[in-house]
Ligand binder design. Structure first.
Ligand SMILES: [Zn+2]
Length: 223
């Protein structure tokens, strides 16, 4: 028995034009240095911390505090654990040479002086050379470096240097605008104060026009 399918035999005999082989993406594994986390010890330290401040987490009149040391420890363990990921790049087949900008990437980090959060946004740009990066990898890179005791200045530089190193673009620009709760909630109580930091590399540092374009796009100030 013959089964007939909608199939054009003549066309099938035409040799198919060979497809250009798709370039394989290149993956740079970004792995945090292994750092042991002892949650039990952190919980006990949290209990002692509260006790030293005159707050007894086991006071019977407030049973809701009993699990606070554990939650406190788990929250800090999470905020201080960089996540591994692959930094995936692709050949720049179309030769795209304009600036690529990812705006308004959330920044959530802990200042290393008070271990209080600083939060805001990062704008990250690069001028492609031979390779382009999967765009979702840029927020991953920001989050990766944010999950450690940080200064905003160092975070900005680490993101710029990692992007420059892994992607080898013609230029890199990073601008972070953040509010530090150690400034807004205590001390100076400078309510709306925001801190801007920037790092530029390659053509975004050396070429006045690229540099001006970056700062115009992200609303910062060219230094
Ligand atoms: Zn601080």
């Amino acid at each position: 028995m013959t089964i007939s399918l909608a199939y054009d035999e003549d066309a099938a005999e035409e040799p198919l034009a060979p497809l250009a082989p798709l370039p394989a993406p290149s993956r740079v594994p970004i792995r945090p240095a292994p750092r042991p986390v002892d949650l039990d010890a952190a919980e006990e330290a949290g209990r002692q911390f509260l006790l030293a401040l005159g707050i007894d987490p086991d006071a019977p009149e407030n049973p809701d505090l009993a699990r606070t040391p554990l939650r406190f420890a788990a929250a800090y363990a999470e905020m201080l654990s960089p996540q591994p990921f692959d930094f995936t790049t692709f050949a720049n087949q179309e030769g795209y040479d304009e600036m690529v900008l990812v705006r308004d990437i959330p920044v959530r980090s802990l200042c290393e002086h008070h271990l209080l959060p600083f939060t805001g946004t990062a704008h990250v740009a690069y001028l492609p050379a031979d390779r382009v990066v999967g765009l979702s990898k840029i927020p991953r890179l920001v989050d990766h470096f944010a999950r450690q005791p940080q200064t905003q200045e160092r975070l900005t530089v680490q993101i710029a240097d990692a992007l420059a190193g892994h992607l080898q673009p013609r230029g890199v620009g990073v601008l972070i605008e953040a509010s530090h709760s150690c400034m807004t909630l205590r001390g100076a109580r400078a309510g709306d104060a925001a801190t801007k930091t920037s790092a530029v590399r390659g053509a975004l540092r050396d070429d006045a026009r690229s540099r001006a374009e970056f700062f115009a796009l992200v609303g910062g100030h060219a230094r």
